[in-house]
Write a protein that binds this ligand. Structure first.
Ligand code: GRF
Length: 197
């Protein structure tokens, strides 16, 4: 399978895909970022993967992304630390073929404006005993699509930063695992339910 990864930041999730999936279960054919300074672009370049920066402010951003995905015959889009909303046209065209990783156990601590450290601040504030990461397919909503994989971590005396680090570790496990299962053709989606053979 041909994979495109969209990033906005450090790209540690991209790196886990490069290390665990690229040229073994699938091929990362393209990395796109809306942020010129995204270290994810450097990680792609170091891995010899085509990387493209498109200004998130460019009025043609959405069309340029869609054209690139088409031109590179992308099968699966992975949002890895990507902070732009996916246009509805793309959600429809890539129904159940866009995966996102979110740093909480959806449906907790997610939705509009809940990303990055804020997710962990809310979890700590709430006083949860477990948190974790979720990989889900992207649908028309924000963090609302069918759940593919989740993995939890204990929350015990953590502050938001230490919790973020714990959760990032399990993100680096379940995102490549979910993409690998997709590439192996082991994922079936029935309505909201995702079955992995
Ligand atoms: C992290 O907060 C992660 O939880 C979320 O995006 C942020 C950056 O991830 N998915 P990355 O290091 O850029 O992959």
């Amino acid at each position: 399978k041909r994979i495109a990864v969209l990033v906005s930041g450090g790209g540690s999730n991209l790196q886990s895909l490069i290390d665990k999936v690229h040229n073994t279960y699938g091929e990362i054919a393209l990395v796109i970022s809306n942020k010129k300074s995204a270290f994810g672009l450097v990680r792609a370049q170091k891995a010899g993967i085509e990387s493209v920066y498109i200004s998130g402010k460019d009025p043609d951003y959405d069309k340029m992304v869609m054209d690139l995905l088409e031109a590179k015959s992308i099968d699966l889009v992975v949002l890895a630390g990507y902070l732009k909303i996916v246009p509805q046209e793309m959600v429809k065209k890539f129904r159940n073929r866009i995966m996102n990783v979110h740093p909480s156990l959806i449906p907790s601590f997610c939705g509009d404006g809940c990303y990055g450290l804020k997710v962990h601040e809310k979890a700590i504030e709430y006083g949860v005993k477990v948190s974790g990461a979720t990989v889900h397919f992207v649908d028309e909503g924000t963090d609302t699509g069918p759940v593919v994989m989740q993995k939890c971590v204990s929350v015990d005396g953590d502050d938001p930063k230490s919790l973020q680090m714990k959760v990032l570790e399990v993100e680096h496990e379940i995102l490549p695992a979910a993409v690998k299962e997709y590439c192996l053709g082991n994922i079936r989606v029935e309505g909201r339910k995702v079955r992995i053979k």
